[in-house]
Design a protein around this ligand. Structure first.
Ligand SMILES: Nc1nc2c(c(=O)[nH]1)N[C@H]1C(S)=C(S)[C@@H](COP(=O)(O)OP(=O)(O)OC[C@H]3O[C@@H](n4cnc5c(=O)[nH]c(N)nc54)[C@H](O)[C@@H]3O)O[C@H]1N2
Ligand SMILES: Nc1nc2c(c(=O)[nH]1)N[C@H]1C(S)=C(S)[C@@H](COP(=O)(O)OP(=O)(O)OC[C@H]3O[C@@H](n4cnc5c(=O)[nH]c(N)nc54)[C@H](O)[C@@H]3O)O[C@H]1N2
Ligand code: SF4
Ligand SMILES: [Mo]
Length: 716
């Protein structure tokens, strides 16, 4: 008799966290539907959430631990894997200390609270601090900016999208990506609603996007010049003295410095590099100032440029001084379940390049150097959890060399991906549908939800084969290596006890320890324990994030005021003349930007047939027909794209939606050598990160962001 069941859960693929209904039969997904009753997503979900079954049941799923023996991966027992890894770790730690141990925590698992906490505790156990994440490929400039302006990396603001009368979206394409640093399902519907209620939307983007087609007005910008666009915007706001003076005097520091810095950047001057006509910029400013509630918002299109932190500072300064911060329809600083920690996270600097850590992580742009450079603190052991840095971090060729140089490289994932080719051990972790979970925004990102909601989910499936919860893996590794978890004997003792209890039939199960832990946390957050939350499979609505309680009350800076003139950024702003000149000099160069696609998700969604059908089976070089003609390139021709010394080859797609002078090659491709990804390895295309620059000189000072957008490239 097949065992048919219906479960309610949430998707943990992107920040939208849509409610899903999952039907299973004999522990296999048979159908996934959007959950109409979910309090936040109300029946919205996208293809990736609805086709999750393709990944959880992939024929390539790992079922046992693997060990590389004479270049081949062979199955071994958990007992052997933990014993051997534990011993090696112990030896490396004894000889070289915590600085020789590093980790990379990938994006997919970042949406689950428990494994991320477990990995952090594991690092603490070894007094190890080199935690790499996709943050510096994604959003670390916002963390760095939050710390400077508002007093904490997790102090973040988001547009009050359901009330705003004017939204300027810079470098984001919600139809495809569903946005970031504003966590809400179906963002495009809410953006269309702005127009429907008489408001206005602008898209500042070098590409005429799927989103711009649906609503609003497109303003084309030359890639990586947003900092000048924002300076011009600020100049114009100040020239009109459109400042909420009373508010600024009471709640902000540094307006005079901003005024001085913005003075030279007239709309006419910045237009020379942004290519946004001065009158267009002036019109945008007029619309912004006329609206009762307006917001400037940007995302990865700007984050991944070379001035993401500067741009964040300018953007949020404009939102703040015009009175739109903490205002209905402007930008809001929301609340999490727990108050956000205010402590500075800029306490460490990297061994190589002396770059600061951001939000307690070390920039991925120095990962290869940290591994390859000899000396005290050379990274010798690395743990990669649910990440594919070889394809997703800049400088793939150097990273491949670095990974091959490690004494111990352990990958924990649901499949053996490209990065794992260099691993000594590969351990099977859980798919999100296999874990009890609360969303990652529990601590911080709930502050980025227009409508705060909370959903706890039970596991939908029992784990494939011998797959094991990452929290358990890290606790067991600590035990084998003789280091108490999080450096605390009490915690280790409690965790041993909980594990012993969980083994008692009827009392516990494999997932009990994390469930107990989540229950405690939810109780501390006044949400009630697991038993209570099980009664709300459609989620619960919490008090919405509203304006009026931030300025003068929750700003975490030492002064309690918003700091509009952070010294390091002011200094960089004074040096922008040289950057401006460089932009003029490079006016005819091609600039390479990134592009997300509906059917791919970073590097992992290429391993299911439905996602890579027909023309979708490769990435392309997207290029404007005029730029292509100049280089005698036709549709379908194979182009060579070169950045610095590195080159790749991809087929050409003529695309009049690209701004002339701009080209794009989507990331996450280049799976040909992935011997354990049976579908992805049949795809074509190339890994764009093999031509992206890495090393200390290529990352943004202060934010550690890798430069992936607006990189100067050649095409032949
Ligand atoms: N050039 C360029 N590079 C980029 C970007 C870009 O725009 N351009 N974008 C950057 C961004 S924003 C990000 S976030 C990073 C992402 O970079 P990464 O996090 O390094 O890579 P992903 O491709 O997201 O996935 C990593 C692994 O997660 C595993 N995984 C998927 N689902 C699950 C699950 O349910 N459980 C477990 N345990 N593992 C799972 C997959 O099998 C895959 O091997 O890429 C960055 N890289
Ligand atoms: N289908 C799909 N959805 C995803 C992902 C995916 O890989 N696939 N990834 C998820 C992840 S990890 C993240 S972080 C989010 C990211 O979500 P978003 O940050 O919204 O990312 P994109 O939709 O790629 O939008 C970036 C836009 O920036 C534009 N752009 C490029 N360079 C510049 C520039 O110099 N200036 C300006 N103004 N614009 C520029 C690009 O043309 C593009 O339209 O998406 C998430 N959702
Ligand atoms: S929008 Fe994001 S959270 Fe919603 S179903 Fe798609 S991938 Fe999942
Ligand atoms: Mo991301």
């Amino acid at each position: 008799m097949p065992l048919d069941k219906t479960h309610k859960t949430i998707c943990r693929i992107c920040e939208a966290q849509c409610g899903l209904i999952v039907r299973t039969s004999n522990n296999r997904v048979t159908e996934i539907l959007p959950n109409e009753a979910h309090v936040a997503s109300k029946g919205y979900a996208c293809i990736k959430g609805l086709r999750m079954g393709d990944f959880v049941h992939s024929p390539d799923r790992l079922h046992t631990p693997l060990k590389k023996v004479n270049g081949e991966f062979v199955a071994i027992s958990w007992e052997q894997a933990l014993a051997e890894i534990g011993d090696k770790l112990k030896a490396i730690h004894a000889r070289h200390g915590g600085e020789s141990i590093a980790a990379y925590m990938g994006n997919p698992i970042g949406f689950s609270l428990w494994p991320t906490m477990a990995m952090n505790s594991f690092m603490q156990a070894f007094d190890a601090h080199k935690l790499f994440t996709p943050g510096t490929q994604d959003c670390a400039n916002k963390f760095a900016g939050g710390e400077r302006l508002f007093g904490g990396a997790n102090e973040q603001v988001f547009p009050d999208i359901d009330h705003t009368q004017l939204l300027v979206v810079i470098g984001s394409n919600p139809v495809i990506s569903k946005m970031s640093f504003i966590s809400l399902p179906h963002p495009m519907q809410r953006i269309e609603a702005i127009e429907q209620r008489g408001g206005k939307v602008y898209w500042v983007n070098p590409r005429y996007t799927e989103s711009a087609r649906r609503a609003g007005e497109h303003v084309a910008i030359r890639p990586d010049t947003d900092v000048f666009f924002l300076l011009g915007f600020l100049h114009e706001v100040l020239a009109r003295d459109a400042v909420a003076h009373e508010r600024v005097a009471k709640y902000m520091n540094g307006l005079a410095t901003l005024r001085e810095l913005a003075l030279p950047w007239t709309p006419e001057r910045v237009a020379q590099v942004t290519r946004i006509p001065a009158q267009t910029l002036r019109q945008m400013v007029s619309d912004y100032l006329a609206a009762d509630g307006a917001a400037l918002y940007f995302s990865t299109g700007v984050n991944q440029g070379s001035f993401g932190l500067m741009a964040y500072w300018l953007q949020e300064s404009i939102n703040a001084i015009t009175g739109n911060l903490d205002k209905r329809g402007g930008v809001l600083a929301g609340k999490s379940v727990f108050p956000k920690p205010a402590k500075s996270t800029r306490t460490r600097r990297s061994r190589i390049g002396n770059v600061p850590y951001v939000n307690e992580t070390i920039p991925a742009g120095v990962m290869a150097d940290e591994i390859l450079t000899p000396g005290d603190g050379k990274v010798r052991a690395m743990f990669n959890m649910s990440g594919n840095p070889l394809l997703t971090c800049a400088g793939s060729n150097r990273l491949a060399k670095a990974f091959a140089d490690l004494e111990l490289f352990v990958c924990i994932d649901i499949v053996r991906n490209e990065t794992a080719r260099y691993a000594h051990y590969v351990l099977p972790g859980l798919h999100s549908l296999e874990r009890a979970d609360v969303p990652f925004y529990f601590f911080t990102f709930m502050g980025l939800m227009p409508q705060r909601s909370f959903t706890y989910t039970e596991p939908v499936l029992t784990p494939a084969g011998e797959s094991r919860d990452e929290g358990l893996i890290f606790r067991q590794l600590c035990r084998r290596a003789g280091r108490p978890i999080a450096g605390s004997r009490l915690l280790q003792w409690l965790s041993n006890g909980a594990e012993a209890l969980a083994r008692i039939p009827r009392l516990g199960s494999a997932a009990s320890v994390d469930r107990w832990f989540l229950s405690l946390l939810m109780r501390a957050g006044k949400l009630g324990g697991v038993r209570n939350m099980r009664r709300h499979p459609d989620g619960v609505l919490l008090e919405p994030n509203s304006p009026g309680d931030y300025l003068g009350q929750r700003v975490q800076t030492a002064s309690g005021k918003v700091e509009l003139a952070p010294p390091d950024l002011v200094e960089r702003a004074r040096a922008l003349d040289a950057v401006f000149q460089r932009e003029l000099d490079n006016a005819s160069a091609l600039k390479l930007i990134q592009k997300r696609e509906r059917f791919t998700h970073n590097s992992w969604a290429h391993n299911a047939p439905a996602f890579i059908k027909g023309k979708r089976s490769t990435n392309y070089l997207y290029i404007h027909p005029e730029d292509a003609a100049l280089r005698h390139l036709e549709e379908g021709a194979i182009a060579t794209v070169t950045v610095g010394e590195n080159a790749l080859q991809v087929p050409v797609r003529l695309d009049a939606d690209m701004m002339p002078g701009t080209i794009s090659v989507p990331h996450g491709w280049g799976h040909q050598d992935a011997d354990a990804l049976t579908v992805a390895r049949t795809t074509g295309g190339a890994n764009v990160n093999s031509i992206m620059p890495d090393g200390p000189a290529s990352i943004e000072p202060g934010s550690g962001m890798s430069h992936m957008n607006g990189v100067i490239a050649r095409v032949s």
